[in-house]
Design a protein around this ligand. Sequence first.
Ligand SMILES: Nc1nc2c([nH]c(=O)n2[C@H]2C[C@H](O)[C@@H](COP(=O)(O)OP(=O)(O)OP(=O)(O)O)O2)c(=O)[nH]1
Length: 145
Amino acid sequence: MRTERVSGNGQDRREPRVVVGAAIIADGRVLACARSAPPEVAGRWEFPGGKVEPGETETEALARECAEELGVRVEIGARVGRDVRMAHGRSVLRVYVARLLHDDQPKALEHLELRWLAAGELDTVPWLPADVPIVAALPPLLADS
Ligand SMILES: Nc1nc2c([nH]c(=O)n2[C@H]2C[C@H](O)[C@@H](COP(=O)(O)OP(=O)(O)OP(=O)(O)O)O2)c(=O)[nH]1
């Protein structure tokens, strides 16, 4: 895991690593993805995404991960929910709304399964724990889409 030292008030502190996720919304549904690895989280559901690499913006990281994991091009929009601390504060999950571009259709290139979920179906899959408060913020966004 990569961390950064930031000086302030004569003390060093470590900035949490940002993991970005894309809540891809289309026709009132959000794309949920079942992780294939590692074994301890395989079968749990998440938003496509991953760690922001050095020198990359969050938007660039999301575009890269959506291309790698789903083979799609996306437009990134507003934040969904709040930052959720993970790994004892060593990382945070930060999710953005995304929309598919050019009629691209997501493919499970790295996930076990993909599902489009409407607001009433959000609790039909076992989300990773950090995703739960973010999923709770989705229904108004799905209603507006
Ligand atoms: N992508 C993603 N990761 C999540 C979510 N919720 C959640 O707890 N995580 C965790 C799982 C992992 O511990 C971590 C992200 O790891 P990752 O494996 O997706 O990141 P990455 O693509 O950059 O992978 P790597 O380069 O380390 O192999 O964040 C989510 O909704 N999306």
